[in-house]
Design a protein around this ligand. Structure first.
Ligand code: FA5
Length: 341
């Protein structure tokens, strides 16, 4: 007769899936005695067959149930073993990763943005590809001005809707009028970004350099407001120690115009390539916004006034960190970049 108790205790001794498989072959597979028992039923009388059939079915059900429970238990154990073997110990130190960092120019640009924002300015980067109208005429530079010629401006093959060639902006003043119209007045807006000029490169000139425009439009603005704003921005970024000089300058989009120079950090008056031996480095152009520019934005210059400036960020960074040549910023020398990481 089938001894279910003995079979179950044999199952209890099974400790892995391989043994369980052997158990299955022995008791539940085709060769098992229960199966054999079913086969023998053919030779039994109808009464015996019924009783035997019932017993065999019960036995099979009980062994199958116990087998399935054991299979579940062993499978779980196996999964846990595999998971534990694969466990990543996050408390262990990993290999140090080569992390990137902001370039010097990005750091200085971000600082300028911070100062602008702290003074309540909107930031708008504008576009690097602009029309000739935006770059020149909107800011009162006639298309006959020498700056529009190839030697200063980089032209693209693509045309604007008027059929004129598109250009790479030479300054972010290209967005002054557009921004006045876009944001309305009064306005305080900062526009940092890359600008492009077709010119010979040297320690203080590059064909692509970082620039940061600023413009304020309001009623009754004066040169005193302009000076105060410039002093705040420059002393924040350069510190109070860097000597600054303001002198008259000419730009067709301002009246009066100014240029601000900073003392050369490299030669201390002895002369070097960065300042071309004149001790001072031109840092920015600026002035009171020209009435024609205000008119181009659809505003009445009798009511609205403004001041604007354009900082050479590459030069500002060179002055701030005492770098001899602005081309270091873009020549890809990792030793230079890493020294600022
Ligand atoms: C302008 O571009 C005017 N748009 C600035 C302005 C804005 C005036 C608003 C009035 C009102 P400028 O061409 O001087 O000005 O250029 C601005 C600054 O960019 C310069 O003072 C200088 O610091 C820097 N700069 C000029 N050319 C280069 C160059 N090739 N490489 C690096 N920096 C340059």
């Amino acid at each position: 007769m089938i001894d279910i108790k003995a079979i179950k205790s044999e199952l209890e001794m099974v400790s892995d899936l391989e043994q369980l498989d052997a158990f299955f072959q022995k008791y539940l597979g085709k060769k098992w005695s229960i199966t054999e028992g079913f086969k023998q039923m053919g030779s039994a009388s109808p009464e015996e067959r019924k009783a035997l059939g019932q017993k065999l079915t019960e036995a099979k059900d009980q062994v199958t149930e116990a087998y399935e429970a054991k299979e579940m238990e062993l499978s779980r154990e196996k999964i846990n073993q595999l998971l534990n073997a694969d466990l990543v110990d996050i408390s262990l130190d990993t290999q140090p990763l080569d992390q990137g960092s902001y370039s010097v120019l990005a750091k200085v640009r971000r600082e300028i943005e911070e100062v602008y924002k702290s003074l309540g300015f909107i930031i708008d980067y504008g576009h690097e590809i602009v029309t000739k109208y935006e770059n020149f005429e909107s800011v009162n530079i006639p298309l006959t001005h020498p700056a529009t010629e190839m030697h200063d401006t980089i032209y693209l093959n693509d045309l604007d809707p008027k059929g004129l060639p598109l250009i790479l902006r030479t300054h972010n003043s290209a967005h002054q009028v557009q921004d006045m119209m876009k944001y309305g007045v009064p306005l305080k807006l900062g526009s940092p970004g890359r600008v492009y000029r077709f010119e010979s490169m040297d320690a203080s000139h590059d064909v692509m350099f970082r620039y940061a425009e600023g413009i304020v439009i309001d009623k009754n603005l004066s040169i005193a407001n302009f000076k105060d704003t410039m002093q705040k921005i420059l002393s924040w970024i350069l510190g109070k120690k860097t000597e600054i000089r303001m002198r008259p300058g000419y730009f067709p989009f301002v009246e009066p115009g100014f240029e601000i120079d900073a003392a050369c950090p490299i030669c201390d008056g002895k002369g070097c390539n960065l300042c071309k031996n004149v001790w001072r480095i031109e840092l920015l152009g600026a002035g009171m916004v020209h009435p024609e520019v205000i008119k181009n934005a659809g505003l009445d210059p009798a009511e609205w006034s403004g001041f604007a400036w354009g900082i050479g960020v590459s030069r500002l960074a060179a002055i701030r960190y005492g770098i001899k040549d602005i081309r270091y910023f873009t020549n890809g020398d990792l030793r230079f970049s890493k020294s600022f990481a």
